[in-house]
Ligand binder design. Structure first.
Ligand code: CA
Length: 339
């Protein structure tokens, strides 16, 4: 697509190497722009259309006098295809694509897809991405077969629901800043929302068009993460999440619908100068269950890890962290004393 071509990531070793040879020795032959894991070839051309639309939201070229602009005008797009022309694929191919992206040092992985049962292979691949400090932005999902949004706290939706520190689950809002009727939500499992109704972007064969879905909201967040990384390439997934969620606009209609309680605000994220601190739970994730019944008084202690940030930068300030029980039990203070 002419609005995407100049922003495509290229694998220099393969581009300048020999055809039919795995020039960089990464296990894939001629992976110049990415790879097609469903057809097992080096041509990830989008024969469905969804991926091209998502790519344009992230990084359609800015200031080129044509079409649309993505959130991040010059981000580098790596094309990794694991779904076929009908939009179907396997968790194992998805895992392979994620491992490829992690190995090739992609820093943001946009996942405008979902479905299927819990997959340990997929969990392990996303954990590998976490170890590689790659943010995994995932669509919260579009309400299953009835297209009315589900609560992901009870109706699990993968990969958005994998409980890993680098996963950022995104819901969709409309032009009135209301949660889209089709958008899944979740007070502990969905992190933030972004626009996802009637979004105009790139389509294959040099076309443009409108699509709706949490698939469209997700790349807005990925593009914003790209801008934040271009400001400071040392920001890790936790720092990016702190900026994207902590500087969002709080909206009353989303108070209990996602962890941030609102819609992403890119301007506030990239212009963060606040001295206010943001805290993100790392282990376990937000909304974990803890049994405090005295019958289980001999249970091992529960370790809790959290990071405190100011404008996405890890702070060294002494911080007091308070934990609240959803059943109304007395709140407790957590001290950095290893207990
Ligand atoms: Ca290769």
């Amino acid at each position: 697509h002419p609005d995407l071509a100049s922003n495509m990531w290229t694998n220099t070793a393969e581009k300048t190497g020999l055809p039919g040879v795995d020039d960089d020795g990464n296990g894939y032959i001629d992976d110049v722009y990415g790879y097609d894991f469903v057809n097992n070839d080096s041509n990830p051309f989008d024969d469905h259309g969804h991926g091209t639309h998502v790519a344009g939201i992230i990084a359609a070229r800015g200031n080129n006098g044509m079409g649309v602009v993505g959130v991040s005008w010059r981000a580098s797009l790596m094309a990794l295809k694991f779904l076929d022309a009908s939009g179907f694929g396997s968790s194992s191919d998805a895992a392979e694509a994620i491992l490829y992206a992690a190995a090739m040092r992609a820093k943001i992985m946009n996942n405008s897809w979902g479905g299927g049962e819990y997959s340990q292979v997929l969990y392990d691949a996303i954990n590998q991405a976490n170890n590689a400090k790659a943010l995994f932005v995932a669509a919260a999902g579009n309400g299953g077969y009835d297209l009315i949004g589900d609560d992901n706290d009870t109706a699990t939706f993968y990969p958005a629901n994998y409980d890993l520190p680098n996963v950022l689950s995104v819901a969709a809002t409309d032009q009135n800043d209301a949660l889209a009727s089709f958008s899944n939500f979740g007070s502990t499992t969905v992190d933030v929302s972004a626009p996802g109704v009637n979004i105009y972007s790139t389509l294959p064969n040099n076309n443009y068009g409108y699509l709706s879905g949490t698939s469209m909201a997700t790349p807005y967040v990925s593009g914003a993460a790209g801008l934040l990384l271009s400001q400071n390439s040392s920001r890790n997934p936790i720092a990016l999440k702190a900026l994207l969620m902590g500087k969002s606009d709080a909206l009353p209609n989303q108070a209990n619908k996602n962890v941030a309680g609102g819609r992403m605000n890119v301007n506030q994220s990239v212009n963060c100068t606040s001295s206010a601190l943001d805290m993100l739970a790392l282990i376990p994730g937000e909304g974990f269950a803890m049994i405090t019944d005295s019958v289980y008084h001999d249970r091992p202690p529960l370790t809790i890890q959290a990071q405190v940030h100011a404008c996405g930068k890890k702070t060294s300030y002494p911080a007091k962290v308070q934990a609240l029980f959803s059943n109304g039990n007395t709140k407790i203070n957590l001290f950095d004393d290893g207990l």
